[in-house]
Ligand binder design. Structure first.
Ligand code: IPM
Ligand code: MN
Length: 330
């Protein structure tokens, strides 16, 4: 029996996670779903953004599908971002964000990129403080954290039969922190002689992602750069609505669409479920069900070819229409 924890969260999370669960359920595997709470709505009712019961459910299942939550940009006493809490609680150190072409006019062709984002340190370490009128954020880069994310990137390149890993940094300015990140990647690269290690400054990378993204395979970078570059890269294939991600740790993994809770369209039934459904495919890859994952990806591709598309991709289909079409294409 495969156990999957579902955490819809806020806004469109409540629309796209049921859609992804429906696709998983349609595969004919034996899957048991456990639903768990997290998010700002739940916080307003209970005073807790992500209760211990949710952490326990994720731990018990080993894999979770997370929708999105609405985190306010100003400090709310007692609130913590549930996804950051999950990454921290289970040391989900690797955020894998594939960017693969879809067979629609809205997507560039011939893209098969993987952004490997360090997910636990960097500017997300949570070390921010106010010192009078000066606000300071510490950017924490460790040898251990940099080495394990570089290994993950090279292992992924090997698994995907790709030729290069590009280390993205800003070591010309951040000589100490990104200097260490770069040095660790160079060291790890020695164990993978068949893979070429390239390096690129993050500003140049942002430009190259627009200009010639097809020339890259696996990118590996620090937390904030990975966050920004992955949103940018999603625009190459249709935008945030179609971008999936995987947060991987030693024992637990959490899969989430890259998009947020989208309060502007929440409740209308028009959110694009593809990001969540492709995240479910990454979940299947992770638990050794690669063939089922490919079935899901093919069904998504077929649906796109049939032009059953939500508004964000230029169509008029609803979340339900797209989900039903994907299920029937399985
Ligand atoms: C993402 C999101 C999160 C992040 C937010 C919601 C904390 O933008 O998964 O990319 O910045 O990591
Ligand atoms: Mn983001």
């Amino acid at each position: 029996m495969i156990k999957v924890c579902l955490i819809p969260g806020d806004g469109v999370g409540n629309e796209v996670i049921p859609a992804a669960a429906e696709v998983l359920a349609a595969l004919g595997l034996r899957i048991e779903f456990t639903e768990a709470h997290a998010g700002f709505e739940y916080f307003k009712q209970s005073g807790d953004a992500i209760p211990d019961a949710t952490l326990a459910a994720v731990e018990d299942c080993g894999v979770a599908l997370f929708g999105a939550t609405s985190s306010p940009s100003t400090k709310v006493q007692g609130y913590r971002s549930p996804i950051l809490a999950l990454r921290k609680a289970f040391d989900l150190y690797a955020n894998l964000r594939p960017v693969q072409s879809l067979p629609g006019k809205f997507s560039r062709p011939n893209l098969d990129l993987l952004i490997v984002r360090e997910n636990t340190e960097g500017l997300y370490a949570g070390r921010e403080r106010l010192d009078g009128d000066t606000a300071i954020a510490e950017r924490v880069i460790t040898r251990q954290g940099s080495t394990r994310i570089a290994k993950m990137a090279f292992e992924q390149a090997r698994k995907r039969n790709q030729h290069s890993v590009t280390v993205v940094h800003k070591a010309n300015v951040l000589k100490v922190t990104d200097g260490l990140f770069r040095e660790c990647a160079l060291e790890v690269a020695k164990d993978y002689p068949e893979i070429t290690m390239k390096e690129m400054l993050v500003d140049a990378m942002a430009m190259r992602l627009v200009r010639d993204p097809e020339n890259f395979d696996v990118l590996v970078t620090t937390n904030l750069f990975g966050d920004i570059l992955s949103d940018e890269a999603s625009a190459l294939i249709g935008g945030l609505g179609v971008a999936p991600s995987a947060n991987i740790g030693e024992k637990v993994a959490v899969f989430e669409p890259v998009h947020g809770s989208a309060p502007d369209i929440a409740g209308q039934g028009v959110a694009n479920p593809i990001g969540a459904i492709l995240s479910a495919a990454l979940l299947l890859d992770h638990i050794g069900q690669g063939a089922q994952a490919d079935r899901v990806r093919q069904a998504v591709n077929e649906t796109v070819k049939q032009s059953v598309l939500t508004k964000d991709l230029g169509g008029t289909a609803t979340t339900r229409d797209v989900t039903r079409c994907i299920v029937s294409n399985l």
